[in-house]
Design a protein. Sequence first.
Length: 219
Amino acid sequence: MKLLIIDDHTLFRSGLTSLLERYRIKVVAAGSGLEGIRVLQKAGFDTILLDLRMPEMSGLEVLQWIRKNHIGTPVIMLTTSSDEADLVESLRLGAQGYLLKDMDPDDLVMALRDVMSGETIVAPDLTKVLASAVQKGVSASPSVASHSVRSVLTAREQEVLCDITKGWSNKVIARNLGITDGTVKLHVKSILRKLKVHSRVQAAVIAVEEKLDETGVEN
């Protein structure tokens, strides 16, 4: 995997580069939005980690430039901001991920791989923030639609979905429910198909909207 980090904090940028290289990820780092754009004009990458708050040119402005220039590289916002407006605007402008800087390194690497496989990833702590935005009528993703979870999902699928809203990986869900990883993957695929969404985040938003994570599973 070849990754571009665009972040103006030298210490964080250096530390993250060293960390990701331990996972055999090739990293190029840029210290500003303008430098990141210059790098992108010269080389291609599998994924971009983009800071939100930067002087001169913000992460959102860089994201706009990337999309206007038809660069299809997946972009993940990596930030300290849990603000609803930042989250919604990032997704609206085409970010494939929105993660917080205090996350576990293993989870970050897993998120990078999920985004490269086509998923949209949002930090588990922000799922309810995104659901709140959807309830207000703010469109963060056109494919997040309203569905009756309990009417279309089996009891087991509802259990899996409840665990997804907690931000759990397939391995953790499998351990919690006493089933195999493969079975969890099959349930997740079925959930996405039945709810007519394309990512775990979108399914989790629907579950939170319908308070499935609070009321539990219907038998």
